[in-house]
Design a protein around this ligand. Structure first.
Ligand SMILES: *Cc1c(COP(=O)(O)O)cnc(C)c1O
Length: 377
């Protein structure tokens, strides 16, 4: 059995290595490295994949968040509501723009933002809510959409982890994650479900006008060369990455099914392990399992399980070990320890298991066997 990896991109790419090689060779030959034709073609293909959304590529997922907020034109000091349990980039973008991140609690089962906490955090200074579809499952878009509409604030979706997931609304409508709010953002960091071979990102929006604005902001605030209407960023997706992403997008449905099949096998095998909680499924959302994240009850038990697995050559990861309000850089926000008990507890309980499409059945059996051995079941 080959060594188990948390993410095995070489194994994932192997079946279509020749397609990737052809793509980079063609890009090197064409030599249109910035804004080459592949960038627009990739954007159109991804848009079609996501039910017709406008897609604006950019340099990475953090820039996508910055551009999304920048496009709202919020005055400095405007409050932006973000979950207390997320990757730091979600609030970093707001903080860098001089906006004030307002943290709110998450739900203990889905790990996603608690709509009631969002409602309670609204003030006359709120300008936007950033929902994060953590680990591959949509936040409660039904409630969040209603809350934001009623309050007249923009809903931004940080969709770095749930590209391709769908959410079913009570109205009967179904929408792709990232295409519901005013702007959706994603990342093509190599470990994401649709990852490139370096850094990359994109924005989603339903309106052509917002797409035009985002495109302008991502390219030095210019629509026409050397005419700068706005202060923007240099945040473009490299042609090379776009060419490689076009290949990987074709293989995304198979990769997504592989992740879902692995998740279903973990679910079945670990369902009756006492003290271990499976990832909760929200019936309204599909789950694309960017991470398969279990919760382990009991003081020190999660860390003991991680050590046990490591001793048997099984990697796992803790997303995230420290809630954002406890990060030194965000101490200025003034949230004491104990302010977000759910987020704080999750940091001590979560463990993400290997769920990448390159994981073999034999490797997964081995992982399951060692988890069961740890819990003596
Ligand atoms: C990865 C990630 C980002 C940042 O994306 P980069 O491309 O690494 O800048 C933002 N938010 C979440 C939730 C992420 O997982």
């Amino acid at each position: 059995m080959p060594p188990i990896q948390l993410l095995d991109l070489a194994a994932e790419h192997a079946p279509y290595q020749a397609e990737l090689d052809a793509a980079w060779r063609a890009t090197v030959q064409e030599a249109a490295f910035i804004q080459g034709p592949d960038v627009d073609e990739f954007a159109a293909e991804l848009g079609a994949h996501l039910g017709g959304a406008n897609v604006v590529p950019c340099a990475n997922g953090t820039d996508a968040l910055t551009l999304a907020l920048l496009s709202l034109g919020l005055p400095r000091g405007t409050e932006v509501i973000v979950p207390a349990f997320t990757y730091v980039a979600t609030l970093e973008a707001a903080a860098l723009l001089g906006l004030r991140p307002v943290l709110v609690e998450v739900l203990p089962d889905t790990f996603n933002v608690d709509p009631a906490a969002v409602r309670a955090a609204l003030t006359p200074r709120t300008g936007a809510v950033v929902a994060v579809h953590l680990f591959g499952q949509c936040a409660d878009m039904e409630e969040l959409t209603k809350i934001c509409q009623l309050a007249g604030v923009a809903l931004i979706e940080d969709n770095a982890q749930a590209l391709g997931a769908t959410f079913a609304f009570a109205s009967g409508e179904t929408a792709f994650a990232g295409t519901v709010g005013e702007v959706g953002t994603t990342s093509f960091f190599p470990s994401k479900n649709l990852g490139c071979l370096g850094d990359g990102g994109a924005l989603f929006t339903r309106t052509a006008a917002r797409a035009d604005l985002l495109r302008q902001l991502a390219n030095h605030g210019q629509r026409q060369k050397y005419l700068h209407q706005r202060i923007g960023l240099n945040s473009r997706l490299d042609t090379l990455q776009a060419a490689l992403l076009r290949v990987k997008l074709r293989h995304l449905p198979a990769a997504q099914s592989a992740r879902q099949a692995l998740a279903a096998r973990y679910d079945a095998a670990l369902a009756s392990v006492p003290g271990l909680h499976l990832p909760a499924r929200d019936a309204r959302s599909s789950h694309v399992f960017h991470q398969y994240t279990i919760k382990v009850e009991g003081e020190g038990r999660r860390d003991a399980l991680q050590q046990h697995l490591k001793a048997h050559g099984i990697p796992s990861a803790i997303y995230y070990p420290l809630p954002v309000h406890q990060q030194p850089a965000y101490a200025y926000l003034g949230y004491p320890l104990g302010q977000f008990p759910v987020a704080e507890r999750l940091c001590g309980q979560v463990l993400s298991l290997p769920v990448h499409p390159g994981l073999t059945g034999g490797q997964q059996e081995f992982i399951i066997a060692h988890i069961c051995a740890f819990f003596a079941v």
